[in-house]
Design a protein around this ligand. Structure first.
Ligand SMILES: C[S@@+](CC[C@H](N)C(=O)[O-])C[C@H]1O[C@@H](n2cnc3c(N)ncnc32)[C@H](O)[C@@H]1O
Length: 175
């Protein structure tokens, strides 16, 4: 199994949501346990910065898809980015992030399923970043359908010439 695969699977199996019996799924339990502490999958902003800065101007409207507790959004604000909408399926995580970043108006947090982002209008973002979230979807039920729904939604939301950054541990044929 590729590095990161096991952990990504844990989130995907229950998609970070509370179970129907009211108990917490692995993803929710982990976010509660960590109390909003930052964790970034695969790469930190420092490593991605050269690509981001070259492709995405600071005035861009960005969508961070399946944001988790990633520090990257905060780092991007420190770097001059003005508007980053962070979405995740985990409500407990989103509430923690809202509290943590209440004093950073450049960051917004919304609970949303990446497969249905109909709250956003078409061609309303300059850039979408997916880091690790495709890997979660690919480990879940109806993986190819979920992945296709996400990509179609990103395509709908990006302005013409918009930038889609996808970070995954999977090799190209598998993704
Ligand atoms: C592997 S973590 C990556 C987190 C973050 N992007 C990072 O780089 O650290 C995957 C994240 O995707 C979220 N997620 C899983 N399925 C989702 C879905 N259908 N819609 C939105 N978020 C989802 C999980 O709650 C989790 O926070």
């Amino acid at each position: 199994m590729a590095p990161g695969a096991a952990a990504a699977r844990c989130y995907a199996e229950e998609e970070g949501d509370t179970r129907s019996d009211g108990t917490r799924s692995y993803g929710e339990a982990r976010y509660v346990e960590e109390g909003g502490a930052s964790y970034g999958w695969y790469q930190r902003y420092a490593a991605l910065r050269p690509f981001v800065c070259r492709l995405v101007p600071p005035a861009s409207r960005l969508l961070m898809i399946g944001c988790g507790s990633v520090l990257m959004s905060e780092d991007m604000v420190a770097d001059g980015y003005m508007e980053i909408i962070n979405i995740d399926i985990s409500l407990v995580l989103i509430e923690m992030m809202r509290k943590k970043y209440f004093d950073l108006p450049q960051l917004q947090y919304m609970q949303m399923d990446v497969r249905d982002m109909s709250k956003f209008s078409e061609e309303s973002f300059d850039c979408a970043i997916v880091k690790g979230t495709l890997d979660s979807l690919m480990c879940g039920v109806e993986a190819p359908l979920s992945a296709a729904q996400m990509v179609l939604e990103v395509d709908r939301l990006l302005k013409p010439g918009g930038v889609f950054m996808l970070l995954t541990f999977g090799c190209k044929p598998a993704r």
